[in-house]
Design a protein around this ligand. Structure first.
Ligand SMILES: [Zn+2]
Length: 461
């Protein structure tokens, strides 16, 4: 029995799928204009564990997971336009496509490195423009939206449930939000479903002229097309709760009153770095790729994420990463060559079924080091100790015997001359290259250790 904290009711509730033979979940995906920063990866990793748990409980073929790509957005247009002005060949549409293709490729590579399974569907907004136009037209017909000056706006006050997800009244939200007052709006709270595009912007023909969709409508249209008017779980970062998720609910429930949209809402809290909000001005803003390029394995990043419950703010620290690396190295050494057990330790399943308590599940794993097969099988439930992700922990196969012989010779000479400086110099150089140096009366032993870098050995032999 899985229990999940439902933002909609602010309670932990027993999860019962609308159709036990087909569990459906949707996660708001990235806007593909740049590399994903570390905070963007948190929902991907924590809800990947939920996806693994649901597949374990309901069967692999009985879960549909959708995560979208927002590939129409003013930031994408701006980067494409800048390239065009810099002299890049091709039409603006081609440059936009090239930019989004490139960014989607990066995103896949980075999320794969974190061990996140690919969702069953990864719809792109630009492939669903027709479905969005249909939905917008339907909202106008039903009196929930209106067209003015090439724009279509959602009439927020036509939907009594607006604000229920975040527990705020419309008037509170107006007071607290940066609502844009515009001449084409009946009410400042009304939000854009469709907006006009001039010649410098991508656009599609619509009943309201050439234009492009607002951001919120895409998730409503794509979830309807792929999951239906009612589905089980909608997840995303807490920063999306208002206005994005409130707007999704309003659009979907008004266009499809026969459905209930998402039954459960799950929100992950935000990520900090060394106790501070990640921001470009503080200089602590980095992407997943930055960390991978620094040599921090994706599995280590994943482990650090999962040590904090998704509903709590999480703090990324270098110390946590170092501890995670040491733990994973130990577990990988213990389970090397071991086939994973088919069963998962009951304690791990119990922790995950309790609102995705990944920290609790990891605590159980620490107690399984005496049972390597069970440790491996159970860790894989969290997407850890997967064979394909373990190359980083393998000792590199290098022949250090000639350097060991050289060090032994230097030591023998030093015994005569009493000048140990050459021995110490070579020893320091080896250690700087990540080599573990063991010297005893029996001889010299050299082993590649953590952070081993063969390039630094050049010129030492
Ligand atoms: Zn969304």
């Amino acid at each position: 029995m899985i229990r999940l904290h439902n933002t909609k009711t602010r309670r932990k509730e027993t999860f019962r799928p609308l159709d036990p033979g087909h569990v459906r979940m949707y996660l708001c995906g990235p806007t593909v204009y740049d590399r994903a920063h570390l905070g963007n990866a948190r929902p991907v990793v924590v809800f990947d564990v939920l996806y693994r748990l649901l597949r374990h409980v309901y069967g692999t073929g009985h879960v549909t997971y959708v995560r979208n790509f927002t590939d129409v957005d003013d930031k994408i247009n701006a980067t494409a336009l800048a390239r065009k002005e810099a002299g890049a060949p091709g039409t603006l549409e081609e440059l936009i496509r090239a930019r989004t293709e490139e960014t989607i490729g990066w995103y896949h590579a980075d999320m794969d490195a974190l061990g996140a399974a690919r969702p069953d569907h990864e719809p792109r907004a630009t492939d669903y423009i027709g479905a969005m136009i249909t939905m917008i037209a339907d909202l106008i017909t039903r009196g929930h939206a209106y067209a003015k000056d090439g724009h279509v706006l959602f009439r927020v006050r036509s939907y009594a449930g607006y604000g229920a997800l975040s527990g705020r009244s419309v008037d509170d939200m107006i007071a607290g939000a940066r609502v844009e007052v515009a001449p084409f709006k009946e009410d400042p709270m009304d939000f854009v479903l469709w907006k006009p595009s001039d010649a410098d912007l991508p656009g599609w023909d619509s009943p309201w002229g050439r234009g492009r969709p607002g951001w919120h409508i895409e998730c409503s249209a794509m979830s309807y097309e792929l999951l239906g008017a009612s589905f089980d779980i909608h997840a995303g970062g807490i920063d999306l709760q208002f206005p994005h998720h409130e707007n999704e609910i309003a659009q979907s429930c008004c266009a499809h009153p026969e459905g209930g949209f998402a039954n459960f809402w799950l929100h992950n809290e935000m990520l900090q770095v060394e106790g501070k909000k990640m921001s470009k001005s503080l200089g602590n803003f980095f992407t997943v790729r930055d960390l991978l390029d620094q040599g921090i394995p994706g599995e280590v990043i994943r482990f650090v994420f999962l040590q904090t419950h998704y509903g709590k703010p999480m703090d990324w620290t270098a110390e946590k990463a170092a501890q995670a690396e040491a733990t994973l190295r130990k577990w990988r050494a213990l389970t090397a060559g071991v086939a994973p057990a088919h069963e998962v330790a009951p304690g791990v399943l119990e922790a995950l079924a309790d609102d995705l308590n990944t920290a609790g599940a990891i605590a159980v794993l620490h107690g399984l080091t005496g049972e390597p097969a069970l440790l491996k099988g159970s860790a894989q439930m969290l997407g850890l100790l997967i064979d394909e992700m373990g190359d980083w922990a393998k000792a590199p196969e290098v022949d250090l015997s000639h350097l060991a012989a050289k060090l032994a010779d230097l030591r023998a000479t030093a015994m005569e001359t009493k000048d140990f400086a050459p021995v110490d110099a070579l020893k320091s150089a080896l250690m700087a290259a990540g080599v573990e140096v063991r010297m005893s009366k029996a001889g010299v032993e050299l082993l590649p250790g953590p952070g081993f870098d063969a390039a630094k050995l050049e010129g030492l032999a």
